[in-house]
Design a protein around this ligand. Structure first.
Ligand code: COI
Length: 356
């Protein structure tokens, strides 16, 4: 348990939306719980930490974030089990990745005590917003953005960090159809692909929209130079099981170091499975389809959790994965991860933080 040292003031809402909220119809990212955590960075220091009712920000039209995209974020989740216990999954890893993103985007790092205490107090206050049905959770969105009122191109001197939360169901409501993208590029070496910068997602919208028009849910990005090697999918890392080996591209400057990805690789290694983090040619995947050696393909992400891939589109053909019910690895890992998150399985790696 993290001791409170910061005494973050809390202003409670006088108009809770909770009594009117329908937990039976949860869509991802549409509804927000009653409160948010906010803190501002000015004159080289973080100040005015507060938990306040969820509300709009007052932003100047010249705010630096609007013009030059100094904006980074995280995605994490809180879970509630049948006994009413509340858990966060690997929050320290999200904290570290937020600051990795901040450094790359020339933004100030958020101190760990502020991040953790703001987060925990917010979750405690809005714990009734955490859904407890299978597949549901409270999605948590920490984000940091530039607030200088200045349109010269330079790092902002002022910032806001905030955390909002959103009761959520599945991000993908069915197995995902993905298209291998061989023209557009998500990230280049030396760029910002490895951090959670808002612009990485903005730039993916147009190619993803084109894929959606063709009936796919998402893209699988390929490398920027040759478009021959698999990178990641729009909202998740991608993993394959070929000849009983779990294979995924290595993290690099173009691929996000996913926390769910790392959890899956860690558990697979614990189970004695052969794991390879290496470059994967799209031709190797097509070859595995032709030989019948590919038994599983799935995406991993906080929002997506374990998202089974049903089809991979490439060069005008669709390659079909085996029926989801027959997939041993992804189903087993999905179940095990869920049990760990709900404190219903041993937490060997200390991933779970119980919130009292
Ligand atoms: C997440 O999985 O938390 C993400 O941030 C991906 C997406 C929803 C933007």
């Amino acid at each position: 348990m993290i001791e409170s040292t910061l005494n973050i003031p809390i202003e409670k809402t006088l108009n809770s939306k909770l009594p009117f909220f329908d937990f039976n119809n949860l869509q991802f990212g549409k509804n927000f719980s009653d409160h948010m955590f906010v803190i501002d960075f000015e004159n080289g220091e973080w100040k005015n930490a507060r938990i306040i009712p969820y509300q709009r920000f007052d932003l100047s039209p010249s705010s630096a974030v609007i013009h030059y995209g100094q904006s980074v974020f995280e995605g994490m989740k809180a879970y509630k089990n049948e006994s009413g216990e509340v858990m966060l999954f690997r929050p320290t890893d999200n904290f570290k990745r937020l600051n990795k993103s901040a450094i790359r985007m020339c933004m100030p790092e958020v101190p760990e005590d502020l991040f953790m205490e703001g987060l925990i107090k917010l979750i405690q206050l809005d714990s009734d917003w955490i859904p407890s049905k299978a597949g549901q959770s409270l999605y948590i969105r920490p984000f940091l953005f530039a607030t200088d009122e200045f349109i010269g191109v330079k790092p902002s001197e002022t910032y806001r960090f905030a955390i909002i939360t959103s009761p959520a169901g599945a991000y993908y409501s069915e197995p995902v159809k993905v298209l291998v993208e061989t023209s557009y590029t998500r990230a280049v070496e030396g760029g910002i692909g490895y951090v959670k910068a808002a612009g990485n997602y903005g730039r993916s919208l147009y190619p993803a929209k084109k894929a959606q028009e063709l009936g796919y849910h998402q893209l699988i990005w390929t490398d920027a130079t040759e478009h021959k090697y698999i990178e990641e999918s729009g909202t998740m890392n991608v993993l394959f099981v070929i000849n009983d080996v779990l294979i995924t591209p290595p993290v690099s400057t173009t691929i996000l170091a996913g926390i769910t990805r790392d959890s899956v690789l860690t558990l697979a290694r614990d189970w004695g499975m052969k794991v390879e983090e290496r470059k994967i040619k799209i031709d190797e995947i097509i070859d595995a389809f032709e030989k019948g050696t590919i038994s599983d393909a799935f995406g991993t992400g906080t929002a997506a959790t374990i998202a089974h891939i049903s089809h991979i589109g490439y060069n005008g053909s669709d390659y079909l994965l085996p029926e989801v019910q027959t997939r041993k690895f992804s189903n087993k890992i999905k179940e095990e991860l869920q049990k760990i998150r709900l404190a219903q399985a041993p937490d060997k790696h200390n991933w779970v933080l119980k919130i009292k």
